[in-house]
Design a protein around this ligand. Structure first.
Ligand SMILES: [Zn+2]
Length: 135
């Protein structure tokens, strides 16, 4: 779906005084971190591969989704967190007179999440077949 990010391999010399990069070949001022007046490059360069995120999208333009998420990113905002997955396992537990169910839900990325249905506010429901393809 996404193209692999272009990469550049640089040779980086680290300054022996501050341990930060002081010389980069091919030159890339963004990667020079050393601020010493007289940097002392180490003898051997280190190969560093840098990924370049695609620059096609202008930096100032927030996508609708980013804008939406930013608007939520405030303490105290009431949200509902949902994700779809598949029940990978379920069990019944009982302890000290209480009992309940626990679920392991596998999300589409293959990770599993333990879901405690006793958690306040948590709701787990079936996704019907024709609904599952949305979004
Ligand atoms: Zn330095």
């Amino acid at each position: 779906m996404t193209d692999p990010m272009p990469e550049t391999t640089h040779l980086v010399w680290y300054c022996r005084q501050c341990d930060k990069s002081c010389k980069v070949q091919p030159p890339d001022p963004d990667q020079v971190a050393c601020k010493c007046k007289n940097p002392v490059p180490g003898l051997r360069p280190t190969k560093v591969t840098v990924m370049h995120p695609p620059k096609t999208r202008p930096m100032h333009a927030l996508s609708d989704e980013e804008a939406r998420l930013r608007a939520l990113a405030r303490k105290g905002t009431r949200v509902r967190v949902t994700f779809e997955g598949e029940i990978a396992d379920a069990w019944q537990w009982s302890s000290a007179g209480n009992r309940g169910l626990g679920f392991i839900v596998k999300s589409p990325d293959g990770r599993t999440h333990t879901v405690d249905v006793q958690q306040p506010g948590l709701r787990i429901e079936a996704v019907s077949d024709d609904e599952g393809d949305e979004e």
